[in-house]
Ligand binder design. Structure first.
Ligand SMILES: [Mg+2]
Length: 124
């Protein structure tokens, strides 16, 4: 299963990747901002899950989610947003844009595991 992790922090990408690896997911593409994320998924439409940050330069995560969701190839793609923007208004905004689930930083590996399971259940 191929996943795409988009975050402008290489440290955060590594943390997410290491957590995913422990859960058995090792086929992981990366992007350092929304534009890189879009380029990665546009050229790898077999990606089965997008995990994205919100605050990033060039194109932020919310814009990336809207762009991905507006493409028919990705209308059912599971998307998890991982962000410091944990306010209720932000969560609602993200869900309206098409995010399936939401993780507030900092998070534990257990939380990521639970959200992944929840999103995969939803996507089936
Ligand atoms: Mg960021």
């Amino acid at each position: 299963m191929k996943l795409l992790v988009v975050d402008d922090s290489s440290t955060m990408r590594r943390i997410i990747k290491n957590t995913l690896a422990r859960l058995g997911y090792t086929d992981i593409l990366e992007g350092g901002d929304g534009l890189e994320g879009w380029a990665a998924i546009d050229s790898n439409p077999d990606v089965e899950m997008l995990i994205t940050d919100w605050n990033m330069p060039e194109m932020n995560g919310l814009e990336l989610v809207k762009k991905v969701r507006s493409d028919a190839r990705f209308k059912d793609l599971p998307i998890i947003m991982v962000t410091t923007e944990g306010g209720k208004a932000e969560v609602i905004t993200a869900l309206k844009a098409g995010v399936n689930n939401y993780i507030v930083k900092p998070f534990t590996p257990q939380v990521l595991k639970e959200k992944l399971a929840a999103v995969m259940g939803v996507s089936e």
